[in-house]
Ligand binder design. Structure first.
Ligand code: HAS
Ligand code: CU
Length: 554
């Protein structure tokens, strides 16, 4: 079987200063993950009618806690990881030294953003939930802080583009190594996706929170939010896919079946992540039905690159399992290295994501969306996507990346394995609870422990949510213990020497149509065309009604 190295620049030296910057960017993310799960626990238990919120010293309301949970776990954790992981993967794949100043600038921008956001949320000045819906108004520091977090992602992209330009200067006519290509495309997608929310915050919400604007238009700001807000979920997912496509095959002893197929999946994400945002607004009045239908169809389109990923990753795993002696139709699954915590966390991420994807298709189906919208079904769905595919993958990557960056061996493989299993079992129980109670109409975003209304049909689902959420909490706490002890007490000199970069079965073609896949600029033009079709009519015809004064949820 011929094999082609996705990238092998022949050893990759990472200076101590760069390691430090990358480490702290990641620590910020993993600290946000751990901080955020405390209110996750309170929220899950509230669905089981157990109120522990009184035990949280700084917490004044349920919505303050829910905002903290969403912002810390879905935004700070995910973007910190991407900001460290993607530039490192790009540098490694291109065999180029990273730019120390940009690493530190990215981190500084994240830290600054965090200081503002933490000030706003911990001080109960921003109980607007992670969707930042107007007319709920936050303190200006909340919007400014999130803008700075977004700017940090732009810096990380700039970093990768500089590395690419330098590499291209002495590799004229060569194909971009796959690992670099998919890392860069991930953040190019996010760059364009982040522009509408930048407009929403800088033009509307920030001036409004500073008193420079009296009123806002809730529908306009919601639409700008979801213009970014659907694509943001792929900004969380794609770094995980980078690991599944380009690292996991190597970690299980397999190979990626097709280079061009992987590139096509990422290009489809670049093109289709954005023109689909209205599937979060099927029930919003004031948006033409025809536009919603266009977005519904395109949402089925953006489902495809994930299906393609399932096929591709499964094939790579099968090659790995068979090369490790697995036989028969399914015997290769058992032969996978389940004793490797990094692999196991990511295999569990993939398995739960099958359910996350299936529930996404229900959400996207307009008529079914009427049944589940604003019920606990939706958090059931997104904990099986961002809460599993993404979180467990970033956990699995930590199990080799933190040892790689610190040079210290993983503190306890057994505890690391236990963490992922406990988390996954908890997640499945939790999601079963949320999904079933959601089908019976249990609303999301309610403090059920104190709600004055109830329905016996929510009883079992509520209890399962509380039990599963508690196990998830325990799983992440164990992860935190493993990583913290790896950093301070892992055996020096036992970290891996290199990033586990995979091979593909065939080399990328140098002639024919395939090299056109690497022309990211051309794909961006196609993206802008699709956006014009999907959002043009709305923004061209919508007349804003600046009617709403601020409301404060605190
Ligand atoms: Fe979603 C709502 C539709 C994916 C996150 N979604 C949300 C919200 C969040 C979220 C946070 O159409 C709530 C936002 C809010 O607060 O209101 N979603 C979809 C669709 C997909 C999808 C069609 N969502 C995601 C991902 C997320 C995420 C990914 C985070 C990372 N979602 C919706 C819709 C709504 C929504 C509506 C609005 C609902 C409403 O009414 O409010 C698709 O992209 C999913 C595609 C996934 C697949 C699965 C592929 C499986 C793979 C694993 C393979 C397994 C292997 C295992 C290889 C097709 C790749 C082998 C292992 C062995 C051991 C053998
Ligand atoms: Cu969406």
């Amino acid at each position: 079987m011929s094999a082609y190295m996705v990238s092998d620049p022949g050893g990759y030296a990472l200076p101590a200063d760069h390691r430090r910057a990358l480490r702290w960017t990641l620590y910020l993310g993993y600290a946000a993950l751990t901080a955020g799960i405390f209110h996750g626990l309170a929220n899950a238990l509230s669905y089981a009618k157990v109120d522990i919120i009184g035990y949280f010293p700084a917490l004044k309301t349920y919505y303050q806690g829910l905002t903290a949970h969403g912002v810390a776990n879905a935004i700070i954790f995910t973007f910190s990881f991407g900001n460290a992981f993607l530039p490192l993967m790009t540098g490694r794949a291109l065999g180029r030294p990273l730019v120390g100043r940009l690493l530190w600038a990215t981190l500084a921008m994240m830290v600054l953003g965090n200081v503002f956001v933490t000030y706003a949320v911990v001080g109960n000045r921003a109980s607007v939930l992670f969707t930042s819906y107007a007319p709920l108004q936050a303190h200006w520091t909340y919007y400014l802080g999130l803008v700075l977090v977004v700017v940090s992602t732009w810096l990380a992209l700039l970093h990768m583009l500089i590395l690419l330009r330098r590499w291209r200067a002495d590799h004229r006519g060569e194909r971009i190594p796959l690992l670099a290509f998919i890392s860069i495309v991930s953040w190019v997608m996010w760059f364009f996706a982040s522009l509408p929310i930048a407009v929403e915050f800088l033009v509307f919400l920030l001036p409004w929170s500073l008193g420079l604007r009296a009123r806002v238009d809730p529908l306009l700001t919601r639409t700008l939010f979801w213009f970014t807000g659907h694509a943001i979920v792929y900004a969380w997912l794609l770094p995980a896919y980078v690991s599944w496509y380009a690292l996991i095959p190597r970690q299980v002893g397999g190979k990626l079946i097709s280079d061009q197929y992987a590139r096509m999946a990422f290009i489809l994400f670049l093109l289709l992540s954005q023109p689909t945002g209205l599937h979060h607004q099927f029930t919003d009045p004031g948006i033409p039905t025809g536009m919603k239908a266009v977005h519904a169809v395109l949402t089925f389109g953006v489902f495809l690159p994930s299906l393609a990923t399932a096929f591709s990753v499964m094939a790579a795993l099968e090659i790995g399992g068979r090369s490790r002696g697995g036989r028969g139709l399914l015997g290769w699954i058992r032969a996978l290295p389940w004793d490797d915590p990094s692999v196991t966390a990511q295999l569990l991420a993939m398995l739960t994501f099958i359910l996350g994807g299936a529930t996404g298709l229900v959400n996207a189906s307009w008529t079914m969306n009427q049944v589940i919208h604003n019920t606990t079904w939706v958090p059931g769905h997104f904990h099986m996507t961002v809460g599993s595919a993404v979180t467990l993958t970033f956990i699995g990557v930590a199990y080799w990346l933190i040892p790689y960056l610190t040079g210290r061996g993983l503190w306890s493989r057994r505890l690391a394995l236990a963490s992922s299993w406990i988390y996954t079992i908890g997640l499945l129980i939790f999601a079963r609870g949320m999904i079933s109670a959601g089908l019976a109409g249990m609303p999301r975003r309610i403090f059920r422990a104190h709600a004055t209304y109830d329905n016996p049909a929510w009883h079992l689902g509520g209890i399962l949510t509380g039990v599963g959420g508690s196990l998830m909490f325990l799983g992440i706490l164990l992860f935190f213990v493993v990583i913290a002890l790896t950093i301070v007490a892992g055996r020096p000199g036992e970290g891996p020497a290199d990033v586990p970069v995979s091979q593909t079965l065939t080399a990328p073609a140098r002639t024919g149509w395939e090299p056109a896949l690497d022309r990211i600029g051309v794909w961006v033009v196609v993206l802008l065309g699709l956006i014009a079709i999907a959002y043009g009519p709305f923004f061209a015809t919508y007349r804003p009604n600046f009617v709403s004064p601020p409301f404060h949820g605190f």
